[in-house]
Design a protein around this ligand. Structure first.
Ligand SMILES: Cc1cc2nc3c(=O)[nH]c(=O)nc-3n(C[C@H](O)[C@H](O)[C@H](O)COP(=O)(O)OP(=O)(O)OC[C@H]3O[C@@H](n4cnc5c(N)ncnc54)[C@H](O)[C@@H]3O)c2cc1C
Length: 531
């Protein structure tokens, strides 16, 4: 997997690392690239004073635009949110029965999942560290459930894993055996005095104690002989048979090393992927829906912003009503533009040449997802897998994720792939039926009942979605240095906000916290004008 992605960008490499291993490698790279951090803001800025008498145009009703309108509205600003789509939420969408999507140059898809089933084809998880997102789920009383982001009893299935290729393995086995073997090696080295130069007598004993516990080593010969946590050959039960059950044999150290699968998991999960992970009950779009309910008529839907002009006194935009084709213009004192840069670059504006160049400098990641409705929850019934991810190196799949909701129900919708970059581009060239077929062929290699259980699919290729044209902003070191400060500063009476103006790109928290920062600036400027 990793080599497939070798030449790709940061987020891509991170995801391939996450797929092949939430490893020390991943944690190290994330910190080095400035992406592995928790959000630090946990509440909107406490703004003093009043916005009464001032008008703000907010372009886009994604989470950045909604947050800004909600918070500025509380201060008395007259906010108008202009949203090109017929609904609020932007990327924060949930596909359920009747939801439709026509990608650029693509066929219209209408989601045909059964009532109550859905796929979060945009954002799907809220890490515990994203207190800004959780601030609003709490504010709006949106019920949350745990999203199983880590499941030791799911499958790992790799086609290129040497002696362990094309086998269904459990993370529990891999973790237990790899750590057991390494602990044994180290413990024996300590006991053979090979580490005497590094360790004093007391530390040697303490380390041996730790290793024996960590690796579940035999007290006498310090050998790793397996442990119950890796699973049984025959599970324990009642009476004589199965009785105490039959322990399973560990995978050999040499086999594990040759497979490279020891790199799949590290002892510590990388920062944004740690437990506890949440999801709103019933779909992620509960968050924008809660905002929209409160903002009511402040949002103008089907309002595609086409031009953006400003002078010393204010900002004027031209808007096309996408339903009627009618053009109108609106003016305000300030504008907060949350249109993704991938789209904004094509909006006719009077930004300065350097500002326009900065907008154009940022690339967006191609990303694809597919939801597959299955008539039977075979992963639970046949394999006892309750949520979590199946990691695979099958090209274009990356991960199959099992739902964290509807346990032991009849049907379920699973995520059939989550692909990036070239893989996403290639798979997105297929028709919706072709994408489903592609996903089914790969899933069938892992689950015997995959294809026969399939009922319907809904897929998205975000780089082909109008008004987004990509999954999220992909900053390089160069663009962070040159373009980022310029864009964060804004120009004249126009400020920008969105996930792209954060170090939490590709997260809702990035959109929310960016909005929090920018509304504070707007309020400061507007307040200065007033005095
Ligand atoms: C596949 C995928 C998975 C993700 N997973 C997660 C996750 O698990 N957890 C998480 O927290 N985040 C996740 N994210 C990221 C999260 O969805 C985004 O960071 C966040 O939703 C971005 O919000 P935004 O307001 O910045 O942009 P957007 O949501 O894109 O909002 C911009 C708005 O501008 C509108 N617009 C565009 N052009 C115009 C125009 N000309 N006129 C008027 N309006 C216009 C758009 O319609 C849109 O509503 C994921 C994203 C994707 C794509």
């Amino acid at each position: 997997m990793v080599d497939v992605f070798k030449s790709f960008t940061r987020r891509d490499i991170l995801y391939s690392a996450a797929a092949v291993g939430r490893s020390a490698l991943l944690l190290g790279t994330m910190d080095a690239w400035g992406m592995g951090f928790a959000s630090t803001a946990s509440a909107p800025p406490a703004l003093q004073g009043s916005g009464k008498g001032k008008k703000i145009l907010i372009l886009g009703a994604g989470l950045a635009g909604l947050t800004a309108a909600f918070e500025l509205g509380k201060l008395g600003y007259e906010c108008t949110v202009l949203e090109a789509r017929a609904f609020a939420g932007g990327r924060c969408q949930t596909a359920r029965k009747g939801f439709s999507l026509t990608e650029l140059g693509g066929d219209k898809q209408v989601c045909g999942f059964d009532e109550g089933l859905y796929i979060n084809h945009g954002p799907w998880r809220i890490p515990l560290h994203h207190q800004s997102t959780l601030y609003y789920t709490r504010q709006f009383n949106i019920p949350l459930e745990v999203m199983v982001n880590d499941n030791d009893h799911s499958w790992v299935y790799m086609e290129n894993a040497g002696p362990l290729s094309k086998q269904r393995l459990k993370p529990a086995q891999l973790k237990a055996d790899m750590r057991g073997h390494v602990a044994e090696l180290l413990a024996k080295s300590v006991r053979s005095k090979l580490l005497d130069q590094q360790l004093g007598a007391n530390d040697r004993e303490l380390l041996l104690d730790y290793l024996a516990n960590e690796g579940h080593l035999d007290a006498k010969d310090l050998a790793y002989k397996g442990r119950s946590g890796r699973g049984y050959a025959l599970n324990p039960g009642a009476g004589i048979a199965p009785g105490a059950g039959t322990p399973s044999d560990p995978l050999g150290f040499g086999t594990l090393l040759a497979s490279n699968l020891g790199k799949v998991y590290s002892a510590v999960q990388d920062f944004p992927m740690q437990n506890t992970m949440f999801e709103p009950v019933g779909g992620m779009d509960a968050i924008p829906l809660a905002f929209a309910k409160r903002l009511k008529r402040a949002i103008r839907y089907n309002a595609e912003v086409q031009t953006l002009r400003q002078d010393a006194g204010g900002v004027t935009v031209t808007v096309k009503d996408t339903a009627s084709g009618k053009l109108s213009s609106l003016s305000a004192d300030y504008c907060l533009c949350t249109i993704p840069l991938s789209v904004l670059r094509n909006v006719d504006s009077d930004f300065s040449a350097p500002f326009k160049a900065a907008i154009k400098a940022v690339v967006y990641t191609p990303v694809g997802k597919i939801g597959l409705q299955m008539r039977r929850r075979f992963w639970e019934e046949d394999d006892q897998i309750y949520g979590g991810h199946v990691l695979t190196d099958q090209k274009g799949i990356n991960v199959i994720s099992l739902p964290s909701t509807g346990w032991q129900g009849k049907k379920g919708v699973l995520l059939g792939y989550y692909n990036y970059m070239m893989d996403a581009i290639e798979v997105s060239a297929l028709s919706p039926q072709g994408r489903a077929e592609f996903a089914l062929a790969a899933g069938q290699n892992i689950f015997p009942a995959y294809r026969s259980s399939f009922e319907s699919a809904f897929s998205v290729a975000w780089h082909r979605v109008q008004y987004n044209l990509g999954g999220w902003a992909e900053w390089s070191d160069e663009t962070r240095k040159a373009a980022y400060p310029l864009l964060v500063e804004g120009e004249g009476r126009v400020l920008l906000a969105g996930e792209h103006l954060s170090y939490l790109t590709g997260w809702q928290a990035g959109a929310i916290e960016s909005a929090w920062q920018q509304i504070e600036k707007i309020h400061q400027r507007a307040s200065r004008e007033r005095t």
